[in-house]
Design a protein around this ligand. Sequence first.
Ligand SMILES: C[S@@+](CC[C@H](N)C(=O)[O-])C[C@H]1O[C@@H](n2cnc3c(N)ncnc32)[C@H](O)[C@@H]1O
Length: 237
Amino acid sequence: MGAAGTDQPKGAHHYYSADEVPFAISKYWHQRYNIFSKYDDGIWMTDDAWFGVTPEPVAQKIAEHVATAPESKTVLIDAFAGAGGNTIAFALSGRWKQIFACEKDPQVLACAKHNAEVYGVAKKIWWIQGDVFNALSKQLKGLAKDAVVFGSPPWGGPTYADYEVFDLAHMQPYSLDKLYTSFSGPASHVVLYLPRTSDLRQLVKLAEDDDKLKVTHYCMHGASKALCVFFGDFELD
Ligand SMILES: C[S@@+](CC[C@H](N)C(=O)[O-])C[C@H]1O[C@@H](n2cnc3c(N)ncnc32)[C@H](O)[C@@H]1O
C-alpha cells in the first residue's frame, strides 16, 4: 500500500510512475508538483480532472485576490470544485467562515474531499454533490447574498487553446451569459476563471454602467495560464 491508501473509489487514481499514466495525461502528470505540491502525500485524480485542475500557485494567488472582497462577504461558494485545486486554496487562506464546494461528478468530488484531507482542510468545507445551478436556487439560495461565488467552469475541452480569441458565448457546456446570469442573480460578488484568450469585449459588455471591470491574468513560468474576471468590489494589486 502506498501513500494514496487502498480505498480509492472507481475512477480515482494516484499514479505513482510515468508508465502507469495514460498518454493524454502524461504532460500533466509531469507537472504534478506544480499542480499539487503534496502530490506524493497521496493526491487522487480522475483522468478527466487532470485537464481542468487549477495549479496550486495560481489557486493560491486567486485565493489571495478573492479574499479582498468586502468583510461582509463571509461565505465562499466554489461552483465547480473539480479535484479541489481552488477549494483547498480558499480553505487554506483562512478568510472564510463557510466554504461550500459543488461538484456534480461523484468520483471527482471523492477526489476533492480526499485531497482536502491531504491538505488538512476537509473539515472546513461543506461538500455538495450535484448541479450548482440547482444548489444556488435551493440550499445555497439564502447564503448567496453573503457569498462570493467562484466558478472555474469546464472550457469545452482542450481545443479552447486552438483559438486566438476564445468565444465565451459558445463556451461549452455553459456560456458566459449562462454563468453570469445564474451567479450574479443570487450573489453580488462573482469571480470567473476563464481561458487566457477569452474575448474581453464579451466581458466588458457585462460591466454595469460606468463600472470598470477587473481582469487578472495568472502566469506561471512567464506565460499566462488563465484569467479571472471579478464582478463586485475586490482590492486587487
Ligand atoms: C474545470 S473543472 C474545475 C477544476 C477545479 N477548479 C480544480 O482546481 O480542481 C470543472 C468541474 O465542473 C464540474 N461541473 C460541470 N458542470 C457542473 C454543474 N452543473 N454543477 C457542478 N459541477 C459541475 C465538472 O464535473 C468538473 O469537475
